[in-house]
Design a protein around this ligand. Structure first.
Ligand code: ATP
Length: 683
C-alpha cells in the first residue's frame, strides 16, 4: 500500500521505512505500525543538532503522512532539544476519551467555575438523597392512613413535605450552579481556542479553511457546553438516585432486586453499542457541517461574482470540491441513520421498562401469596424498580450525549494544543534603530502547502538604507512572495535575509514589524471607525491631528471629511471603493512613520489624479531628509517606478536583471521587453 506524503518521498507500507527516505539527516528513527485498516502509524525520529533549522521547518509546515482515504497524520512537534516526537503536543494519536475531555474542561473552568461546581455538587447530593427517600415515605404515609395510624400519618406527611421542598430548592441550586460553570467553560474554551488560532503560523491559514475554524469556535464549543451544563450533573444525579433505589430494593427483597438489576444490565449493554455509534455519528455530523459551512462561506463571500454570473442555482450543486447540496445529503444520511438507531434504542428501553411491571406482578404476586412480602413492600418495590430503570435510562442517555460532545471536542482540543508560531515563542534581538539595509543571500523558498514547487530560487540582492527599490516581473514571478519573506510571514527554505546586518530570524519580529509600513494589493479594512482603521497597529500615541495629517498625505482627508460622521464613520469593507480603501491603507502606513516602507501594487486601484499625488507623497517619504526610509515598491505599471534608485527584475523566482531604468532599457532584456509592451499598449 503506498502512502503519499506532500514533502517526503513516497513511502511503501508495510515495507520498512528507512532513515534515508527523509529529505534531511535522521539520527534515530523508530516506527510502530498498527494494521493498516486501523490507520495508525507512528513515527518517531530525531535529527542531529546542526539540522535544527530543518527540523523547525518540518514542524512549521506540519509534515505528515496522508494515508489512503485522505486522513492526515502529523509527524509531530519539535521539542526544545530539536527532537521531533511523534504527536507529542499536537493532535493526539488516539481518539480522545471522556476522561481526557473532562480533565481538559476542568482545567479550563478554573476559579469561580470550580466553586460553582462544588456548590452544585453539594446541592445535587442533598436533592438526590431527598428524592430517593420520597417513595419510601410516600408508601409509609399511604399505608399508615389505611391502617388508621393518624400520628404516624401526620409525621410522615410532614417529612414528605420537607423532602419535597428540600429537593425542589436543591435541584434549582444544582441547575443554576452547573449552568454558571458551563457558561464559564464555554467562554474560556472559545477564548483559548481563538487565541491558539490567532498565534499560528501564516501557513496554518493557507491550510485550514475559515469555515472550518468558525465551525469549531461556534457549533463545536456550544456542543461542548452540554457536558458540564447538562450531561455530567445529570449523570451524577441519576447515578446517585439509581444507587439509592437499588439499596432500597435490596433491603426489600434481594430476588426482586436481582431481577431489576438484570434488566438494567441488558439496558446498559444495548446502550454501550448505541453510545459508540452515536459518538461516531457525532464526528461525522461535525465534519459534514464544517464542510457545508466552508462551501457556504466561500459562496457568500463571493456573492457579487455569483450574482453577476447568475450562478445562484449552480452554486447549490457546484461540482468543484463537494457542493453544498452534497454536504447536506451526507448530513441527512448520517442523521437518518442516527434517528433509526435512536428509535431502536428507545424501543428496547420501553420494552424492558414495561417488562419490570410484569415481573413485579408475577414475582411480587407470588411472594404475597406465599406470605414472604407484604403489599406495602410490593408497592415500594414497584416504585423503586421504576426509579432504578428510569435512572439507568437517564444515565445512559446523558452518557450518550456526553460521548457525542467528547466526539465534538476532539478537533477543538487538537486546535487548542497546537504550538504557537515560533515567532511568538522566542524573544529575539531589538536593534537600537532600524537603518533599513536589507540583504537577501541565496534565498530559496517554497510555500509549505506546495513543497514541490520552488517559488524563489537562489535570490541574491541588497537594498541600501534609504534607497527606493522597485521589484518588477510578470505575474506569478514571486514579487509578493519576496515581500512575504521580508515581513517574515514565512521562513526561507534556504539562505538568509539580513536587516542592517542581523539575520532576520534572530530579530524580535514583532518589534521589527512596528518599524515597517506595508500597503498590499487588496487592503482590507476592519469593521470599526476610519480613525481606528488609520491608527490600527500603531504602537506610539497618536492624536487626531496626526491621523488627519496622514490622511491628507494619502489624499483621502477630503473624502473622509465629506462623510456625515467624518473620521468617526464606521466602515465596512464592502462599502468603500478599492481606491478609497487603498488610500486609507496608505494613510495607515504613513502614520507609522516606518523605517522600511513596502508598497505591493499600492496604487493600482487609484485614479490617475490620486495616483499622481500619492506617488509624490511616497517619493517625498523616501527622500525626506528628516525621515529617510527605505522604500520597496512592487508595480506592474512600469511608468510608476521609473524614478526608483534601482529596479530588480524577477523571472520565475530568479533575479534576472538589476539596475536603474536607463541601464535596464539599454540592456534590452526582460525589463526593456515589458516596458516596450506597456508603451505600445498605451500608444
Ligand atoms: N500562500 C501560497 N501558497 C502556495 N502558493 C502560493 C501562495 N502565494 C503565492 N503562491 C504561488 O507563488 C507564486 C508566486 O506568487 P506571488 O504572489 O509571489 O507572485 P507575484 O509576482 O507577486 O504575482 P502578482 O504580480 O500577480 O501579484 C505563484 O505561482 C503563486 O501561485
Amino acid at each position: 500500500m503506498a502512502i503519499s506524503c506532500s514533502n517526503l518521498p513516497s513511502l511503501t507500507f508495510p515495507s520498512p521505512i528507512t532513515k534515508n527516505q527523509f529529505p534531511f539527516p535522521i539520527k534515530s528513527l523508530t516506527l510502530s505500525t498498527k494494521p493498516p485498516k486501523r490507520r495508525r502509524l507512528e513515527i518517531r525520529f530525531s535529527t542531529s543538532k546542526n539540522n535544527e533549522f530543518r527540523v523547525r521547518e518540518v514542524v512549521q509546515t506540519r509534515v505528515g503522512l496522508v494515508l489512503p482515504g485522505g486522513s492526515w497524520w502529523s509527524l509531530g512537534e519539535d521539542d526544545d532539544d530539536g527532537n521531533v516526537e511523534s504527536r507529542t503536543k499536537s493532535a493526539p494519536a488516539k481518539p480522545i476519551t471522556a476522561v481526557f475531555a473532562l480533565r481538559r474542561m476542568w482545567e479550563l473552568i478554573s476559579g469561580d467555575g470550580r466553586w460553582a461546581i462544588f456548590v452544585g455538587f453539594g446541592a445535587l447530593v442533598i436533592a438526590a438523597l431527598s428524592e430517593i427517600s420520597i417513595p419510601s415515605v410516600l408508601t409509609a404515609s399511604i399505608f399508615s392512613a389505611q391502617n388508621g395510624e393518624t400520628v404516624v400519618f401526620c409525621r410522615n406527611s410532614q417529612f414528605l413535605l420537607i423532602l419535597c421542598v428540600t429537593s425542589g430548592i436543591c435541584s434549582g441550586l444544582r441547575s443554576g450552579c452547573f449552568a454558571i460553570a458551563n457558561m464559564i467553560l464555554v467562554m474560556h474554551l472559545r477564548e483559548t481556542l481563538y487565541s491558539s488560532i490567532l498565534f499560528q503560523d501564516i501557513s496554518f491559514f493557507d491550510r485550514e479553511a475559515v469555515g472550518d475554524l468558525t465551525s469549531r469556535l461556534g457549533a463545536d464549543c456550544q456542543k461542548l457546553s452540554h457536558v458540564i451544563g447538562n450531561d455530567v450533573h445529570l449523570i451524577l444525579r441519576n447515578a446517585l438516585q439509581g444507587t439509592g433505589a437499588l439499596i432500597n430494593l435490596m433491603t426489600l427483597s434481594w430476588p426482586l432486586a436481582l431481577s431489576a438489576l438484570v434488566i438494567c444490565f441488558i439496558l446498559s449493554m444495548i446502550f454501550l453499542f448505541y453510545g459508540q455509534y452515536q459518538k461516531r455519528a457525532a464526528k461525522l455530523i461535525q465534519e459534514y457541517t464544517a464542510g457545508a459551512n466552508e462551501v457556504a462561506q466561500e459562496t457568500l463571500s463571493l456573492m457579487r461574482t455569483v450574482r453577476i454570473y447568475g450562478t445562484e442555482r449552480k452554486e447549490l450543486g457546484r461540482q468543484q470540491f463537494l457542493p453544498y447540496k452534497q454536504w447536506l445529503d451526507k448530513l441527512a444520511f448520517v442523521n437518518i441513520r442516527e434517528s433509526v438507531a435512536y428509535g431502536l434504542w428507545n424501543m428496547s428501553f420501553n420494552t424492558l421498562y414495561r417488562s419490570t411491571q410484569v415481573i413485579a406482578l408475577l414475582l411480587g404476586g407470588m411472594s404475597i401469596l406465599s406470605g414472604h412480602v407484604s403489599p406495602e413492600q410490593l408497592t415500594k418495590y414497584v416504585l423503586y424498580c421504576e426509579w432504578l430503570i428510569y435512572a439507568t435510562w437517564r444515565v445512559t442517555d446523558n452518557l450518550s450525549s456526553l460521548l457525542q460532545s467528547v466526539g465534538a471536542s476532539e478537533k477543538v482540543f487538537q486546535l487548542i494544543d497546537l504550538l504557537p508560531s515560533d515567532q511568538f515563542l522566542s524573544k529575539g534581538v531589538k536593534l537600537q534603530k532600524v537603518m533599513g539595509h536589507i540583504q537577501f543571500v541565496n534565498v530559496t523558498f517554497h510555500y509549505p502547502s506546495r513543497l514541490t514547487v520552488p517559488v524563489l530560487e537562489h535570490v541574491n540582492f541588497s537594498v541600501k538604507a534609504n534607497e527606493v527599490v522597485a521589484i518588477v516581473g510578470i505575474s506569478g514571478s514571486g514579487k509578493s512572495t519576496l515581500v512575504n519573506l521580508l515581513l517574515r510571514l514565512y521562513e526561507p527554505s534556504n539562505g538568509q535575509i539580513y536587516i542592517d546586518g542581523f539575520p532576520l530570524r534572530e530579530l524580535d519580529i514583532r518589534w521589527l514589524r512596528e518599524k515597517v509600513g506595508f500597503v498590499g494589493q487588496e487592503p482590507h479594512l476592519f469593521h470599526m471607525d476610519i480613525k481606528s482603521n488609520i491608527r490600527y497597529g500603531c504602537s506610539r500615541h497618536v492624536e487626531q491631528k496626526d491621523i488627519e495629517w496622514a490622511a491628507k498625505q494619502a489624499y483621502v482627508h477630503e473624502f473622509i471629511s465629506s462623510l456625515p460622521d467624518g473620521y468617526e464613520t464606521v466602515v465596512d469593507d464592502n462599502l468603500l471603493s478599492g481606491g478609497q480603501k487603498q488610500r486609507i491603507a496608505i494613510a495607515r502606513a504613513i502614520l507609522r512613520d516606518p523605517a522600511i516602507l513596502i508598497l505591493d501594487e499600492a496604487t493600482s486601484a487609484l485614479d490617475s489624479e490620486s495616483e499622481h499625488y500619492v506617488k509624490g507623497v511616497i517619493h517625498a517619504m523616501g527622500n525626506d531628509i528628516k525621515a529617510k526610509r527605505t522604500v520597496i515598491v512592487i508595480a506592474h505599471r512600469l511608468s510608476t517606478i521609473k524614478a526608483a534608485d534601482r529596479i530588480i527584475v524577477l523571472d520565475s523566482g530568479r533575479v534576472v536583471e538589476m539596475g536603474d531604468n536607463t541601464e535596464l532599457l539599454l540592456k534590452d532584456g526582460l525589463y526593456a521587453h515589458l516596458f516596450k509592451i506597456q508603451t505600445d499598449a498605451l500608444a
